[in-house]
Design a binder for this molecule. Structure first.
Ligand SMILES: *Cc1c(COP(=O)(O)O)cnc(C)c1O
Length: 359
């Protein structure tokens, strides 16, 4: 069966080879007679699945033993609360950069726990730019600085890692594993799985161990990174099937050659798609060129009345989920790791044909 290309922003496409393998193992995981979904999270089989997933993620991202890796529930949104609860460590203030809708949500949640200093915002530029670090107004007494390396809705990505004196915290939900990163630059990284890792229901937290040990007294147990680290993410039941599937994705990524190879492919995919959009009068992308996302490519049609027929015809051509986020409209092609250059070529072929017929 030829599956359609799925450009959904999340839950997003998964590698077909991973789905095939999971399908083959669904009723009987390696002779156990059980689906992974039916196993105790404390069984030796499942503990081995979780340990392997953690080991493979560490290898892919180059995560040293100075960091704990947690596999939790609650999505990135739960981590919007977990970040201040675990990292304020008695401080009254945290610094946040505002580059779009996910930054805004992280800031709103942090304001429940502390004073938030917004060090820079590109809201006045309708989030089409990343504010240069030289313009940031950092506070002297912030516990940490939080930013969103890739704004999934706006399609705005930092092509660089901020350099700050306090622990750097990143919501990498839609950019993790899309290219190599130097984890040692970060105090904490978190990412919901359903963009570039695996199924929904899992969020991964990577946190420097020296930042653990002083959660706020009111921190719910499930959000307490120190408690979860001490219990190998099994203080309560972790999202077992999502962890298993994420583990298969990590092995698939290793089979692709690791993040350097995957990152180069992603760079090329984005370059080709933006190149086509920029060269056309029919389509446009308003984001500052240096800050365009490799993973989420929003675009507009010169005539907004053609959006509906565009989506209908794209779907008929096997190109799914190209509508932009409900808050911004337009189109958005999310081209995570599971989509190859063939998906981008197919999309461009369709866009070119549509423009020729309707332009
Ligand atoms: C999708 C997304 C979130 C929200 O994730 P949930 O799993 O729905 O909580 C947060 N931040 C970014 C950057 C995202 O892309």
């Amino acid at each position: 069966m030829n599956r359609p290309f799925n450009f959904c922003a999340g839950p997003a496409a998964l590698p077909e080879a991973v789905l095939q393998q999971a399908g083959g193992e669904l009723l009987d995981w390696r002779g156990t007679g059980l689906s992974v979904m039916e196993m105790s999270h404390r069984s030796k089989e499942f503990v081995a699945i979780a340990d392997t997933a953690e080991r493979d993620l560490r290898a892919l991202m180059g995560i040293t033993d100075d960091y704990a890796v947690l596999f939790l529930q609650g999505g990135a949104t739960a981590q919007f609360s977990a970040v201040p609860l675990n990292l304020l460590r008695g401080a009254a203030r945290a610094d946040y950069v505002n580059t779009g809708q996910w930054s805004i949500k992280a800031i709103a949640e942090a304001r429940k726990y502390c004073e938030v200093n917004v060090v820079a915002s590109s809201e006045a530029e309708r989030f089409m730019t990343v504010p240069p670090q030289a313009s940031w107004n950092v506070s002297a007494d912030a516990a940490y600085l939080h930013y969103t390396p890739n704004e999934t809705i706006g399609g705005l990505e930092f092509g660089w890692t901020p350099d700050v004196a306090v622990p750097l915290v990143a919501d990498m939900s839609s950019t993790i594993l899309s290219r190599p990163v130097d984890v040692s630059r970060f105090g904490a990284i978190y990412a919901g799985a359903q963009k570039n890792i695996g199924p929904a229901g899992l969020v991964i937290v990577i946190v420097r161990r020296d930042l653990l040990g002083a959660p706020d007294a009111c921190t719910p147990a499930v959000l307490d990174w120190s408690l979860q680290a001490a219990n190998a993410s099994m203080y309560n039941t972790p999202p077992t099937f999502s962890i298993y599937l994420a583990g298969l994705v990590f092995q698939w990524l290793q089979g692709q050659g690791g993040l350097a190879v995957v990152g180069e492919r992603n760079r090329r995919k984005a370059e080709v798609l933006y190149g086509y959009i920029d060269g056309s009068d029919f389509y446009g992308n308003p984001v500052e060129v240096a800050s365009r996302s490799w993973m989420n490519v929003p675009f507009t049609l010169a005539d907004a009345a053609l959006e509906k027929p565009f989506l209908t015809e794209a779907k008929a051509a096997g190109l799914l989920n190209l509508e932009g986020h409900r808050s911004v409209g337009g189109m958005r092609a999310s081209i995570y790791n599971a989509l190859g250059i063939d998906a981008v070529d197919a999309l461009i072929g369709f866009m070119r044909d549509f423009a020729a017929r309707r332009g």
